[in-house]
Design a protein around this ligand. Structure first.
Ligand code: GTP
Length: 281
C-alpha cells in the first residue's frame, strides 16, 4: 500500500521506491507487478513513471493499462461536468487504457450497454474491450499486452462513427456562456493507411505534434512502414514523452499498413491526418 492507497503524482516517489525495492529483493521471483489505483487516480503520472524514471525503466517495463468500468454507474460519472481545469477522472481512466473491461453487464440492458460501449470507443479507439460479470475475463486478455510495441487490431480506418464533438474551454452554447469543460473533448483519432513513409519527416512531424499538443495528448501509438526498413517502425508516447524503436520485421507477403492512434483533448483530426500525409513518400 502506498500512502493511504492513493497512487497519483504526489506519491510517485513512493511508487518508484517500492518498485525498485521489489526488483532488488525479488528480481527472480516476480513475473508481473499489478498496480491497483484508487477510483480517483490520474493514470498519466503513473504511466510516465515507467518511461521517465531512468532506474525504473531499466528494471521494469509497463505491460499495459487496464480499466475496469462499472457499467451500471459509468455513464453518470462520464457525464459529470467538472469545474474548469478539473479533469473528469472517469474519462481519463478510459482514455489511458490499453484494455477495458465493461463489468456488471447483468445490471444493465442491451441498449444501455451499447450506448456505453459507443461512448467508450469514442474516447478511446485504441483499447481492446471485453464485457464481464464479476470481473471474470480470460487472463490472456490482461497479460502480455505489450502496450509499447504493439498496436491492436481495434484501430479502424474509418472513425467517422466517432465524429468529434469538441468545444474549447469556457465555450458558448446558443448565447449562454459557461465556465466548465466538457470532457467529450477527449476523443481518439486513428489513421490506418497503406503507403511508405519518410523517417525524417515522421520524426519531425511527431516532434511538432508533441511541441504543439503535448499537454493535451494523453497517449499516442503507431506502427509505421518506413522506406528502407524491413522492420516496423514503432512509436508510443504519453504527453511529451516519445519512445521510438524498430519493431518486428514485415513478412514477405504482408501488406505494410500504417496504423496510428492519438488520444487526447481537443485533437485536430484534420491536422493530424494532413501531418501524416505529409510524411508519405
Ligand atoms: N451484479 C453484479 N455485481 C457485481 C459484479 N461485479 C462486482 N459486483 C458486486 O459489486 C459490489 C462492489 O464491488 P466493486 O464495484 O467491484 O467494488 P470496487 O469498487 O472494486 O471495490 P474496491 O476495489 O474495494 O474499492 C460487490 O458486492 C460485488 O460483489 C457484477 O458483474 N455483477
Amino acid at each position: 500500500m502506498v500512502n493511504n492507497g492513493c497512487l497519483c503524482c504526489t506519491v510517485r516517489g513512493d511508487l518508484v521506491k517500492m518498485l525498485l525495492e521489489l526488483v532488488k529483493k525479488k528480481r527472480d521471483k516476480v513475473d508481473h507487478i499489478v498496480i491497483e489505483t484508487t477510483g480517483l487516480a490520474k493514470p498519466g503520472p503513473v504511466i510516465e513513471t515507467f518511461c521517465s524514471d531512468e532506474l525504473v525503466s531499466r528494471s521494469v517495463k509497463l505491460d499495459g493499462v487496464v480499466t475496469l468500468v462499472d457499467s451500471k454507474h459509468a455513464m453518470q460519472h462520464l457525464n459529470e461536468v467538472k469545474p474548469r481545469f478539473v479533469v473528469n477522472e472517469a474519462v481519463e481512466q478510459i482514455a489511458y487504457a490499453d484494455r477495458i473491461i465493461i463489468n456488471k453487464i447483468d445490471l444493465v440492458s442491451e441498449a444501455e450497454l451499447e450506448i456505453l460501449t459507443k461512448r467508450i470507443k469514442h474516447i478511446n479507439g485504441m483499447a481492446l474491450i471485453k464485457q464481464a460479470k464479476y470481473g471474470s475475463v480470460d487472463m490472456d486478455f490482461l497479460h502480455y499486452i505489450d502496450c509499447l510495441y504493439r498496436i491492436d487490431s481495434e484501430v479502424e480506418g474509418d472513425n467517422s462513427s466517432c465524429a468529434t464533438h469538441q468545444h474549447s474551454p469556457g465555450h458558448e452554447h446558443k448565447g449562454h456562456h459557461h465556465d466548465h469543460v466538457h470532457d467529450s473533448a477527449v476523443s481518439s483519432v486513428s489513421i490506418v493507411s497503406e503507403g511508405m513513409l519518410d523517417l525524417d519527416e515522421v520524426d519531425d512531424w511527431l516532434e511538432r505534434v508533441i511541441d504543439e499538443k503535448g499537454e493535451d495528448l494523453y497517449r499516442m501509438k503507431g506502427v509505421l512502414s518506413v522506406t528502407g526498413y524491413e522492420q516496423r517502425y514503432v512509436f508510443q508516447g504519453v504527453h511529451s514523452i516519445l519512445d521510438r524503436c524498430p519493431g518486428k520485421a514485415w513478412g514477405p507477403d504482408e501488406k505494410r499498413i500504417n496504423k496510428l492512434v492519438f488520444i487526447g483533448k481537443n485533437l485536430d483530426e484534420t491536422a493530424l491526418k494532413k501531418g501524416f500525409k505529409g510524411c508519405l513518400v
